[in-house]
Design a protein around this ligand. Structure first.
Ligand SMILES: Nc1ncnc2c1ncn2[C@@H]1O[C@H](COP(=O)(O)OP(=O)(O)OP(=O)(O)O)[C@@H](O)[C@H]1O
Ligand SMILES: [Mg+2]
Length: 240
C-alpha cells in the first residue's frame, strides 16, 4: 500500500482538509529550520520568522529551540518587544508529546530551531514538520549538507524548501548555488543577503524589521515570510 492510500485524508481537497483541521482542532503548523551546516543562518531565520509571523497576523507563535543555550535563546532573553513563547521539546522520544502539549495550548505556529548536527532528535523533528526550511549559504561546502537534509526530509515524506542565506550582494555564486539546489528541490525565490543589520538585530534581541522597517533586509524578510507561509499552508499534515 502506498503512503498516499494509507493516508485517511487522501483525496480530500486542500479546502476540505483546512475545514477538517478547524473542526478537529489540529490548528498548529510546525515549521522547522534545519541545515546540516554550522552558521548557515538557522537561528537568524527562526527568530525573524517568529516575529514576522506575528506581525503578519498569526495569533500565537511558539519557538521550540532545540539548539538550547545558543544565540536564539540569548536573542529571546534580550528581547524587550512583543515576543513569542519559548519551549524546549525534550529528547527525541518526547517530541510528539511535547508538540501535542503546545497544540493543546492553542498555539497556531511552532517554529523549531535545530542544531547543525543531524541526530535522532533532528530526524524526529523533520518527521513531524509540515515544512522544513533549509538555509544554505552560497558556498560549495554548505551545498551537500543542505542537500542531505532535503533528502532525509523527503524520505520521511515531508516537504522542504531551500533558502539561499547570507549571500553577498551582487555575487554570481548565489545564483549558481540556487541553480544547483534547484536540482534537488524547491528553492525560495527570495534570497537573504549578508548585511550588518542582521547581526545587530540578533545582538539586540530585535529583528531587521524593527531596526528599520524600510530597509532592504526588512523587505527581504517580509517577502520570504509571505512565500514560506503560503508554502506551509499548502503542506500542512495532520499526523500529530
Ligand atoms: N543575512 C545575514 N547577514 C549577515 N550575517 C548573518 C546573516 N545571517 C546570519 N548571519 C550571522 O551569521 C552567524 C551565524 O548565523 P546563525 O546563528 O543564524 O546560524 P545558525 O545556522 O543558527 O548557526 P548554528 O549552526 O551555530 O546554530 C551569526 O553571527 C549571524 O548573526
Ligand atoms: Mg543556531
Amino acid at each position: 500500500m502506498s503512503s498516499d492510500t494509507a493516508n485517511p485524508f487522501h483525496g480530500l481537497s486542500h479546502k476540505e482538509l483546512m475545514a477538517l483541521a478547524e473542526k478537529i482542532g489540529t490548528g498548529m503548523a510546525v515549521l522547522t529550520v534545519a541545515s546540516g551546516s554550522e552558521g548557515a543562518g538557522k537561528s537568524t531565520l527562526a527568530s525573524h520568522f517568529a516575529i514576522q509571523a506575528q506581525r503578519a497576523g498569526v495569533e500565537s507563535v511558539v519557538i521550540a529551540d532545540t539548539a538550547a543555550r545558543g544565540p536564539l535563546a540569548a536573542w529571546w532573553n534580550r528581547r524587550t518587544g512583543p515576543k513569542p513563547s519559548m519551549s524546549s521539546l525534550g529528547g527525541a522520544a518526547q517530541v510528539p508529546e511535547a508538540l501535542g502539549r503546545l497544540r493543546e495550548m492553542k498555539h497556531k505556529l511552532c517554529i523549531v530551531n535545530t542544531p547543525h548536527v543531524m541526530d535522532d532528535k533532528v530526524e524526529q523533528l523533520l518527521e513531524v514538520s509540515d515544512l522544513v526550511v533549509i538555509p544554505c549559504r552560497p558556498s560549495r561546502r554548505d551545498l551537500p549538507r543542505a542537500d542531505q537534509v532535503a533528502e532525509v526530509t523527503h524520505m520521511l515524506g515531508r516537504k522542504s524548501v531551500f533558502v539561499v542565506s547570507a549571500a553577498t550582494i551582487g555575487a554570481r555564486m548565489s545564483e549558481a548555488i540556487a541553480v544547483e539546489l534547484a536540482k534537488h528541490g524547491t528553492v525560495s525565490p527570495v534570497t537573504i543577503h549578508r548585511r550588518r543589520d542582521f547581526i545587530e538585530a540578533m545582538e539586540q534581541g530585535k529583528t531587521v524589521m524593527e531596526l528599520d522597517p524600510r530597509s532592504d533586509s526588512a523587505r527581504e524578510m517580509e517577502q520570504l515570510w509571505s512565500y514560506i507561509y503560503e508554502l506551509l499552508k499548502k503542506n500542512i499534515k495532520f499526523s500529530i
